[in-house]
Ligand binder design. Structure first.
Ligand code: NDP
Length: 308
């Protein structure tokens, strides 16, 4: 019984070293050194080609190295194969840091001050309490809930929107498409932390931006395909939106010449809002493999019908 890791080889070596130390009883292999393919019962990957799994006749679980499983191509996988996304403390903490940084930067006008400095202009903007900034998080899952806890601690006026009504202390909960407009109408800083599914693809579009108050900002840390780039640019250039913090793109790396690179109100990072932290992720994987062997539930099991 072996686990096969198929993703970045440098990180794979780190995974292997820690895994061998912490679970020497479980054979851990790093692609392309997969050994006898019949011995591979668990695969952990970020993305796979549609026919990749055919070579592993005894595969029992497909794990994802990340929290979002959209790159695994769920529709092409054998219907009964359990898929497990990454739920581990490191990736959760990292997202809390990044979204807090973005929300505070927007709330305290950091991007505007950077532009003023570049122009050599001394200008004082009003300092408002955090309670005057309404943050709304699309997606109240493992990451969204953690982010909201961090933001609420700063005193931001917080709300969350998800498929089922989120019940989070000190956070207004909105559910489903029928409550999306009301959620957007009370949101100055919109954070996208949705999984990418057929339902959520392209959700950050002109109609959604129009439902936000004038002067609102958008933080996309979900997936690039949540966003309609041209609609965002139009909303920024038309003055309806103030700033956009964009961590994820349709195509990564973002191609040279894409208008985001040079837009003064688009603030880019290269998909680093959070990253799976290997030391804690190894423990999460080992715990899940042991749970599976013992017939106990695995943390992060994806609902194949819902796609997340
Ligand atoms: P979860 O599965 O824990 O949470 C997903 C949330 O989204 C749930 O609250 C769910 O609602 C909600 N949701 C899903 N579909 C819809 C829909 N159609 N309408 C309304 N709400 C919906 O995921 P995580 O919090 O762990 O991760 C979220 C995403 O963050 C990942 O899928 C990935 O895309 C992104 N990510 C980005 C990273 C980066 O570095 N930029 C790093 C890690 C993740 P309900 O609760 O009702 O089911």
């Amino acid at each position: 019984m072996a686990i096969l890791y198929k993703s970045d080889p440098v990180r794979g070596a780190q995974w292997a070293a820690l895994h061998r130390e912490r679970a020497p009883d479980i054979d851990f292999r790093v692609w392309p050194d997969s050994g006898d393919s019949a011995g591979v019962h668990y695969l952990i990957a970020w993305s796979i080609a549609p026919d990749f799994l055919a070579q592993f006749p005894n595969l029992e679980v497909l794990f994802c190295t990340g929290a979002g499983v959209d790159r695994l191509g769920l529709a092409n996988l054998p219907p009964g194969l359990p898929v497990v996304r990454m739920v581990e403390p490191g990736i959760v903490e990292g997202m809390g840091e990044f979204v807090t940084m973005a929300a505070l930067s927007l709330h305290r006008d950091a991007y505007e001050y950077a532009r003023l400095q570049a122009r050599g202009e001394w200008k004082v903007l009003p300092v408002r309490p955090a309670s005057a900034t309404r943050v709304g998080v699309l997606g109240a899952g493992v990451l969204g809930r953690h982010v909201l806890g961090r933001l609420a601690a700063f005193g931001f006026d917080c709300a969350a929107w998800s498929r089922t009504r989120p019940a989070i202390a000190d956070v207004a909960g909105f559910a489903g498409r029928e409550e999306l407009q009301a959620f957007l109408a009370r949101t100055d800083v919109l954070v996208c932390l949705l999984p990418l599914t057929a339902d959520t693809r392209g959700i950050l579009s002109a109609s959604l931006f129009a439902a936000l108050p004038r002067g609102a900002s958008v933080v996309n840390v979900g997936r690039g395909d949540h966003l309609v780039d041209a609609d965002l640019l139009a909303a920024l250039d038309g003055g309806h939106l103030a700033e956009a913090v964009i961590d994820v793109m349709h195509e990564e790396p973002l191609p040279a010449g894409h208008p985001f690179w040079s837009h003064p109100r688009v603030h880019l990072t290269p998909h680093i809002a959070s990253e799976t932290q290997i030391p804690t992720a190894v423990d999460a994987l080992i715990a899940n493999v042991r749970a599976h062997r013992d017939g106990r539930p695995m943390l992060g099991l994806v609902d194949r019908a819902k796609g997340y």
